[in-house]
Ligand binder design. Structure first.
Ligand SMILES: Cc1cc2nc3c(=O)[nH]c(=O)nc-3n(C[C@H](O)[C@H](O)[C@H](O)COP(=O)(O)O)c2cc1C
Length: 184
């Protein structure tokens, strides 16, 4: 069982963020396979500490410590201006240089246009790699494929669920391989 941290970097409130809803859906799937899933919404951290890169702020320090303790991470962002969000970047910039060394990381993005599907590979993947992550194949989900019902329940369209299933399976395999390496 891995301690899995899901970091969401959306500017939208967690209650309305499609990115956060996608991440929680995947988190539930991974928890159902026995993993210990925790969520970190960067938007919940103090904005001034993030903008001034104040790693001594107690909330920021706790968040950085969660990253250090995580066996693996999901890192998710909406696409803003063809890249990942500034909200996410404020947090990544606070991490030590190799904070993700050897950790399997699943990058995810949501966006409004299929034209920006490569933002995962051209924007998010390089910054995670520079932090030392063992970056898994990521995925981009169109915002309109994350459907929020009137009662707040979230449904992923069948094509999204089908496309995500092998991505999640491969990530689960990577978690298993990481655990085997740590035990060896
Ligand atoms: C400021 C801003 C910029 C955006 N830029 C893009 C973009 O360049 N490409 C794209 O595909 N979607 C873009 N979008 C759409 C969002 O990525 C998309 O709706 C996303 O799912 C929102 O996630 P959220 O609900 O977590 O905020 C943009 C949205 C905002 C608010």
């Amino acid at each position: 069982m891995a301690f899995l941290l899901a970091v969401t970097g959306s500017a939208s409130a967690p209650g309305t963020s499609r990115t956060a809803r996608l991440v929680h859906d995947l988190g539930r799937q991974l928890a159902a396979h026995g993993h210990d899933v925790h969520h970190l919404d960067v938007r919940d951290l103090p904005a001034e500490a993030l903008l001034s890169a104040d790693a001594r702020d107690p909330d920021v320090a706790r968040a950085v410590d969660l990253v250090a303790r995580a066996d693996a991470l999901i890192v998710a962002s909406p696409v803003y201006k063809a890249a990942y969000s500034g909200v996410l970047k404020t947090f990544l910039d606070l991490l030590p240089q190799y904070a993700l060394h050897g950790k399997p990381v699943l990058p995810l993005a949501t966006g409004g246009s299929p034209a920006h599907v490569l933002a995962v590979d051209y924007a998010l993947r390089p910054v995670l790699t520079s932090l030392g992550a063992d970056v898994a194949q990521g995925w981009f989900v169109l915002d309109r494929h994350i459907v929020v019902d009137t009662d707040g329940a979230v449904t992923l369209t069948p094509e999204t669920r089908e496309a995500l299933a092998p991505v999640v399976d491969r990530f689960r395999d990577a978690l298993g391989a990481g655990a085997r390496l740590a035990a060896a």
